[in-house]
Ligand binder design. Sequence first.
Ligand code: GLG
Length: 835
Amino acid sequence: MTGILPNKPRIEDDRTGIDIDTLKRAFLDNLFYIQAKFPKVSTKNDYYMALAYTVRDRLLNRWLHTNQTYLERAPRIVAYLSAEFLMGPHLGNNLIDLGLYEPVKQAIAELGLDLNELLEQEEEPGLGNGGLGRLAACYIDSLATLEIPSVAYGIRYEYGIFDQEIKDGWQVEVTDRWLRYGNPWEVVRPESELMVKFGGHTETFIDEYGVYRVQWVPYKVVKGVPYDTPILGFKTNTANTLRLWKAEAPESFDFAVFNQGDYFGAVHQKSESENITKVLYPNDETYQGKQLRLEQQYFFVSCSLQDMIRLAKMQGVALERFHEHFAIQLNDTHPTIAIAELMRLLLDEHGFDWDRAWDITTKTFAYTNHTLLPEALERWSVAMLGGLLPRHLELIYEINSRFLDEVRIKFFEDPDRIARMSIIDESGERYVRMAHLACVGSYAINGVAELHSRLLKQTVLHDFYEMYPEKFVNVTNGVTPRRFIALSNPRLTSLITSKIGDGWLKNLGELRKLESLVDDAGFRNDFYQVKQAVKQDLADYVRANHGVEINPESIYDIQAKRIHEYKRQHLNALYIITLYNRLKANPSLDIAPRTFLFGGKAAPGYYMAKLIVKLINSIADVTNSDPDVGDRIKVVFLTDYNVKFAQRVYPAANLSEQISTAGKEASGTGNMKFSMNGALTIGTLDGANVEIREAVGAENFFLFGMTAEEVLAKKAEGYNPWDYYHGNDELKGVLDRIASGFFSHGDTELFKPLLDSLLYQDIFMVLADYQSYVECQERVDGAFRDRDNWTRMSILNAARMGHFSSDRSIRDYLSQIWKAPAVKIDVPEYSQSNG
Ligand code: GLG
C-alpha cells in the first residue's frame, strides 16, 4: 500500500508516548514551544492549552490514518449535515476516548497542577441551541465509536449561543467569544477553500452539444474556508472529521471599488461576506425568516456538497455513483436547500440531464424531523429565496411541478391535496415550505421517538405519508454514555465498572447486569453514597456561585433545558408556590425537603420565556429567605446552562422534570441523561418519556398528565382554563398569589402577561394538568422518604437505560437508512525508543 504515512512501526516519541514521564515532558514542551511561556508566568489557560496540544498530538496519528484509509479505500460515507453542533468541551472527552484520563491526571498532578482545574478552563464551542445540536454531537461520537466512515458538516460560528447572565432576576445576553484564546482542537485548511455564489440572475444558452443549459450569474461570491476537528471514537482507531465552514471575502479588497477610491465601500463588502458565519441564531424551536439565516444555510450546504464532489473525484468515484458513495443526513430542514443545490451542481456544473440528476439526488438524502410545532417549520418567502438563490428557485419550481403531477396521478380524486402538499405555499404571500422539499427529495424521513414518528404520520406529514409510506421510519434519539456517564460521573462509572467490568461503555445494554445487584444492600449503599457525594459537589458549586446553601439530603428536583412554554417550566413554578402556600398555611407541615433547580436559556426575543425566568427568580427570592420555609424549600436558577454545566447537573439529580404538554416534545434527550445517572423521572407521556418509562418500568417512573390524544380531544371540545381556576381552590390560590404582586414587590402588572396567557389561552394546558402534577409530586415526596426503596428505583433506572445510547440510534440509522459498513482502521504500533 502506498501512502503518505509510513505503514511500519515508528519510534515512540514525545508526541506519541503515553507513560507518565513522557506526558510530563510533552506538556512542558508544548507550554514552552507553543504557548511560549515558562511556568512562573503561565496562566491557567496556558496550562490548559499545553495539555490540549499534548492530547491532540496523541490523537493525530489515528486521525491521519483514518483519513488515509478513507481516501484509499473509498468506502461508503455518512455525511451528517447540521446547522448546529453543540460539542461541549473537547479535552475531557478526548482523554476518555484515548483511555488517557488517569495517566494524564497523574502526570498533571506530578507537575503540581489539578486536571479538573484545567478541564474547567476550556471554553466550550456552543455552536448549537439545545437538543438538536447536542444530538448531532452525540451522533458523530457514536459514528466514530462504531467505526463508520463519516464526515460532519456545519458552520463555524464566530459567536455561538450567547452566555446568560441574570440581573435583577432577568436574563441578560452576553456575546460568546469562545475563540478569544484560540481553539487548539481545530486545524484550518485554507488550501481547501471553496466559492459560494449569491444573488444575481440566470441566463440560458445552448452548449457545444446543442443542449439547452442554464448559467447562474451571481451578484457576489463568498469564500468558504474549512476548519477541521477530529472526532475520536471511544477506544478505537477511528477518528472522523467535523468540518465547519467559515465565510470570508474572496479577496481582501474589491479592487474595482478600491480603484474608484471607495476604500470604505470595499472593506464593507469584505465584512459583509464574513457576517455570514458571525453568529448562531439563538432560537430553539422557532425559525426566523431572516435572509442572513438562509445565507448561512446555503453557504454551508454549498461548501459541503462541493467538498463531497471533490472528495469523490479524489477517490476516483464517478459522479453517477454519488449516491452510492454518500448517504447525506439532513438534520432538520436547516440544510434542506442541499436538495436543490445538488441538482444545480449536477445539471449546471456537471452536465447531467434532469432525470439522472433527480435519481441521484433522491437516492442521496434522508431527512430527520425534530418537531411538530408549527412555529418551527421553516418557510422562506419566494421573493427572498429567489433574490438570494435565483437558480434554486427555478429548480424548486421544476421539482414541485413534476412532484405535483405525481400527486395528481396518485390522488386524482382529491384536488385539495395539491395546495396542501405543494412545496410552494400559495395561500397568501408565497413561501417555500422546506419540510415539503425535504420529503420530496429524500429517500427516508424519520421522527426522533416512537410517539413523535407516529404523530408525524398522523398530522403534519400525513399527506406525505400517504404518498410515500415506504419512506417513513422511526429512529428514537440516544445520547453518548461516554460524555454523559463516564466523563460527567466518574464516581458512578467506577462503581459500575467495579461490579460489571467496563464493557458497558461500548455496549450500554450491559448495564442490565446491575439489576441483579439491586437486592444487595451493600451495593445499594454504595450507589446511594455516590449520589450523595455528587450532590455535595453541586451544593459546593451553588454556594460558591450563587451564594445559596442547599442541602444534599433534600430532593434535588431539576429542570434543565431551554425555556419554552411547551416545556412548562411554569407548571413546575406553580407547584413550588403550591408548596409555599401550604407551608404558610401550616408552618409545621411535614414535607421532604426539596431543592428546585432550574437551568436553561430563553431565546432573546421570546418575551414569555424571559418572563418565566424572572418568575422563577422572583419565587426564589421569597422562598429562600422566608423563615417559615426554613430549608424545606430552596429554589435556584442556575445561570448559563451549557454542556459543561450540564455535566455537573445530570449526575446530581434525584428527580428529573420532563413535563412538556403531551405531543409537543419530539423526543427530549435530557430525560435520557438524567435517568442514566440514576434520577427518577416525573413526566408526561411525551416524546421519548414513553419509551423510557417502558424501559425502566412504570413503577420506577412518576407519570402524570393528559396523553397526546387527550390533549387533542380537550382542544377539540373547547378548552376553557377558567374552569380549572374556578374549580380548584389551591390552583386559584397560587395564581392569585402571583397576581397580588407578592413575588414582585407589590407590582401587579409584572406577571400579568403570563397569567393572562394561562387564563385566557393556555395553549399548553398548564392548568389542565396542574392537579395531576401536584398529586404526582406528592407521590414523589412519599417515595423519597423511603430512602432505600428510592435507591432501588434509582439503580433500576440506570440499569435499564441501555436502549438510549446513541450507539443504538446510530445502528438504527445504519440498518434502516444509511447502510454504510464499518471500516477498521489499522494504526501501526509504536515501539519504545528506549526499549
Ligand atoms: C428538538 C426537539 C427535542 C429533540 C431534539 C433532538 O425539541 O425534543 O430531543 O430536537 O431530536 N429542537 C430540538 O431540540
